[in-house]
Design a binder for this molecule. Structure first.
Ligand code: GFB
Length: 312
């Protein structure tokens, strides 16, 4: 039974141009709601007064808070101030303005990097704050943990219906294809595609290729966000993933198959491995009867097709 009806609501997807935000926009096209968006030139999310003013004028009912400063392991570890400050301020500005302007439902998007580096795998929601964070992305993680805690605090003190989801590593259309600053899937699609075009026999992977990661297709994440917004209202955040992880080398080999490149991988040990493993326990969301539905190969094909069509 749907607990919160999106029909007729004015829904703001903050971060609507990003990989997660754009997938949520596409998924909301199937809902009878009114979509509201703002480009960076229309609204600077780092300015509290502007955010409050903009939201008051537009009478927002629902917010999917997907706006964030994001990047892969190198971006996270080399730009700590930006990742901590910008993600903290974006979250606090929007969550506070949602309260003061009477937003009826807010869904905050976090990340699986909030969990301790050595958390027991698969990682249950209860593992949060039970151990030291992964140094390469603790800055981003602390900003995301603050967002979760703010939603929980506003629910407790003011009765706000604000919920949070923790997606695992994402891939799909609209990813940031930046070899240095991007996430691993985007970076490897770029590198392997370039090797295929240039007839290069080798592609270099960062680290050892041994860490394991879980990969969720962005369209599945978007479906989970709409499902949670409509059917969930509680303090505990929800993990969103596939519950299945592979090594970085296996990922690279799968991408090579999708791209159609036969070559070998070399390893740059000077680059960080990051967390040894990072797979989510997804039983809470499964118990609410939601599971990811896109298989890895299908999702990867869509991501690669999008990259080839948009790489210019
Ligand atoms: O997605 P990613 O950059 O970050 O994946 P995290 C990093 C893993 O892929 C590390 C290996 O083990 C890297 O050594 N890797 C191999 C590469 N080759 C490459 C490459 O060319 N580029 C990149 N980027 N990695 C992210 C956080 O952590 O997890 C984000 O930094 C977010 O903030 C995301 O939380 C969910 O998976 O380590």
């Amino acid at each position: 039974m749907t607990k919160f009806d999106l029909a007729g609501r004015r829904v703001w997807v903050a971060g609507h141009r990003g990989m997660a935000g754009s997938a949520i926009v596409r998924r909301l096209a199937r809902e009878d709601c009114e979509l509201v968006t703002a480009t960076r030139s229309e609204l600077d999310l780092l300015r509290q007064a502007d955010v409050e003013e903009w939201m008051k004028e537009r009478k927002i009912d629902v917010i999917f808070l997907a706006a964030a400063t994001v990047g892969g392991i190198l971006a996270n570890s080399t730009r700590p101030a930006e990742f901590l400050y910008e993600n903290l301020v974006i979250a606090t500005n929007i969550i506070q303005a949602a309260r003061t302007t009477g937003v009826k439902k807010l869904l905050f998007l976090g990340s699986s990097c909030i969990f301790p580096r050595m958390a027991e795998q698969p990682m249950r929601e209860e593992a949060l704050l039970t151990g030291a964070l992964e140094p390469t992305n603790e800055w981003y993680a602390i900003a995301k943990i603050a967002g979760i805690k703010l939603c929980q605090a506003y629910r407790r003190q003011y009765g706000c219906d604000f919920v949070s989801v923790m997606p695992t590593n994402l891939y799909g259309p609209g990813d940031r294809y930046d070899a240095e600053g991007g996430h691993v899937v985007a970076a490897l699609i770029m590198k392997i595609h370039a090797a295929k075009m240039a007839n290069n026999p080798t592609v270099e992977l960062w680290g050892t290729g041994k860490p394991k990661r879980e990969f969720l297709f962005s369209e599945d994440l978007a479906d989970a966000c709409v499902f949670v917004a409509k059917n969930y209202s509680d303090e505990m955040f929800l993990n969103v993933g596939t519950g299945h992880d592979i090594t970085i080398l296996e990922l690279a080999q799968s991408i090579a198959k999708v791209v159609g490149w036969q070559g070998t991988f070399t390893f740059d040990a000077s680059k960080p491995d990051g967390m040894p493993r990072k797979v989510l326990d997804v039983s809470r969301l499964k118990a609410l009867s939601w599971s990811a539905s896109t298989d890895f190969e299908t999702g990867m094909k869509h991501a690669y097709e999008w990259y080839v069509a948009n790489r210019a």
